[in-house]
Ligand binder design. Sequence first.
Ligand code: PLP
Length: 375
Amino acid sequence: MNDFIPIAKPLFEGREAEYLQETVTTGWISSLGRFVQLFESAVANYCGTQHGISTCNGTTALQLALATIGVGPGDEVLIPTLTFIATANAVRYTGATPIFVDSDPYTLTIDPADLARRVTQRSRAVIPVHLYGHPAKMDEIRAIASQKGLFVIEDAAEAIGAEFQGRKVGSLSSLGCFSFYGNKIVTTGEGGMITTDDENLAGRARFLRDHAMSAERRYWHPEVGYNFRMTNMQAAVGVAQMERIAALVGARERIASLYSQLFADTPNLTLPPLASWARPVCWLYSIQLNGFSSTKRDTVMERLREAGIDSRPFFYPIHTMPPYISDHLASYPTAENAAACGIQLPTWPGLSDSAVYRVTESVKTILRNLSAGGS
Ligand SMILES: *Cc1c(COP(=O)(O)O)cnc(C)c1O
């Protein structure tokens, strides 16, 4: 029996344990301590923004970004339907309504034409998601947003290091949001970050993150804020991860290009997008099994599991899930079709070339057998 190949696995080859040990030894384990600020500046510098505001996870980074620009009940926020549930939930937590938008057929990120159609008087913001590591069409999105007076908040949770026209994601809008969950490109276990160039928004985000405590008067709270702080323990791991970010991103790039090379002549597969204006990062190597129903796609994943290989389906479009069905005003054919036939394959920086060979051979064999068997 071959070793089981997981879909994701963090790689700690730098000073993670050493820095973490320091937080325990010194007792600086909560949100005071040197690593929090070091991590904030490391991420901000890397993304090319003036400010980084760390949070306890990526979902709270999104919620805090929305609160920072004053989104609340009665407002609408446009988001792609094909994204992780956190994008929609963060909007819901503020009391605003998420308005779903279909996907661009090539990049699978928010479709600018559909976005423009769904803007109303109530629209306050749009959250493009750099899905699976490929940047959204930021120039078209920003043009629509400035014409309609919308804030743009990037959900860059899956895409740290990706570039749009030579600029890093997280620096392409008012506020960028990142996640450092265990399967993300940079991890702190749980963790998040807002990046911004706007000093006022940065100050407002810091204030709200810390229970809206007055800077002049400790324990005086003029508003209802949140405790969305990151701990020094998380940040310690993050600082060590950022010291090695080039290697972490580069290893994923190597794995993605090996996958693409090995799948190059496999029929009826759509490989991950690579737009001329983008330099994506590979969060999870994503393929579409052209013409497959979701049932047939699920069979492929089952057989991969029998072969000792983990995989996952694309996200279910959010407008199809119970909490959001009532918001379902129209159909979203591109997102629905991609979601039904999409799977993701093991992608993590320590994954060996021989494991990538094993995965691609298994996928090809399963697809051949399925088409021969006709089911
Ligand atoms: C992971 C993720 C988030 C949320 O991050 P958490 O740290 O898990 O809260 C938000 N949006 C997208 C697109 C994600 O993939």
